[in-house]
Write a protein that binds this ligand. Structure first.
Ligand code: TYM
Length: 334
């Protein structure tokens, strides 16, 4: 961290095992960005409390997310890799931003509406102000780029709104943060059943986790929804077939995808062969990450050191921002 490069921030909730969507939507870009930017990557343990109030599994999940990030290629010496709850300045900034966030816009957020439907008995204020806390995470480091998947687009738009309101009311402190994917469309990795996206806590049999063993990967992939195949040459692919091709493009060689594409167009495609190929290429991709993550998870002393070192870097950056924030708001009396 030399303080001269542009600033990047992102986070992952410790609500379950990391999956292919987390990798291709977020972590892959973290790894690429660590070489060019000053990066802050965080385990969003506070955010997880909005939907997972039972904290029994939390410790394990936090350590797993850290280990899996490192196993994917993140270097804790190049970035700040930390836990949200270790940086208390976040809570203060969240409080200020809450005065700039309106009930109406929060209630309209898609993720809030989804969660309220999923947990009607626990529509808590933390759930409502989730995007405010996320904005605080990001702007605490005055970050400009936020590597995330497609599902986070609306949260980023809200973060920009809060930033603009803050700057307008109190003076320019924050840059506007943008979702980032090296100029490409943001990624959405679909689930294997063609219904929705891969997820940490839902749809587990249609999600490929970075911790899945070879047989489980084979089983899940072979169960992916297909049909009897096209009957007209060059027909459009149904959604669930399009999704399988999308998954192939993530892990299979270009010629392999091209071959199955040509087979589809010629109506000679054999989905059994396609899924076997996809399963083997998934295994090739996931197995080394799984092994490395398991090894790192054994080393408690190392994970503790990573967490402490990350928190230290994040706090240094947070303190500098909060100094500016308190001055801008007028909370410095002498
Ligand atoms: P979370 O924990 O749900 O997901 C972590 C990251 O993985 C991406 N992702 C996906 N990308 C593509 N396809 C999928 N199927 C898929 N599923 C998940 C997400 O877009 C995300 O980038 N609110 C955030 C956590 C957060 C955060 C932040 C993110 C808290 N503070 C500050 C950025 C900046 C979340 O719940 O991500």
């Amino acid at each position: 961290m030399d303080g001269k490069r542009e600033i990047v921030m992102s986070g992952i909730r410790p609500t379950g095992f990391l999956h292919l969507g987390n990798y291709f939507g977020a972590v892959k870009n973290y790894v690429r960005m660590q070489e060019q930017f000053d990066c802050f990557f965080m385990v969003a343990d506070w955010h997880s409390l909005t939907t997972h109030p039972d904290t029994e599994a939390l410790k394990g999940h936090v350590k797993r997310v850290l280990a899996e990030n490192i196993a994917c290629g993140l270097d804790p010496n190049k970035v700040a890799l930390y836990c949200q709850s270790h940086v208390h300045e976040t809570a203060e900034l969240y409080l200020y931003l809450n005065m700039l966030a309106y009930k109406g816009e929060l209630e309209k957020t898609v993720t809030f509406k989804d969660k309220a439907k999923q947990q009607p008995d626990n529509v808590n204020a933390g759930l409502l102000t989730y995007p405010v806390l996320q904005a605080a995470d990001i702007i605490l480091h005055r970050a400009k780029y936020v590597p995330v998947g497609k599902d986070q687009e609306q949260h980023l738009e809200m973060a920009r709104n809060f930033v603009n309101r803050f700057n307008h009311r109190y003076g320019d402190v924050f840059p506007e943060p943008f979702a980032f994917n090296f100029g490409e469309e943001l990624v959405k990795v679909p689930s294997l059943d063609g219904a929705g996206k891969m997820s940490k806590s839902e749809n587990q049999l249609a999600t490929l986790y970075l911790a899945d063993d070879d047989d489980l990967i084979r089983k899940k992939v072979m169960k992916a929804k297909t049909d009897a195949g096209p009957t007209e040459p060059n027909s459009a692919k149904p959604d669930y077939i399009e999704n399988i091709f999308l998954l192939m493009k993530l892990v299979c060689a270009e010629e392999v995808v091209a071959k199955f594409d040509a087979d589809f167009n010629a109506c000679t495609i054999r989905y059994g062969d396609l899924k076997k190929q996809l399963a083997e290429d998934m295994i090739k991709f996931i197995a080394p990450i799984r092994a490395k993550a398991a090894e790192i998870q054994q080393d408690e002393a190392y994970l503790k050191q990573v967490m402490e070192q990350g928190a230290e870097k994040a706090r240094t950056s947070a303190k500098a921002t909060m100094d500016l924030v308190r001055s801008a708001i007028g909370l410095k009396y002498y």
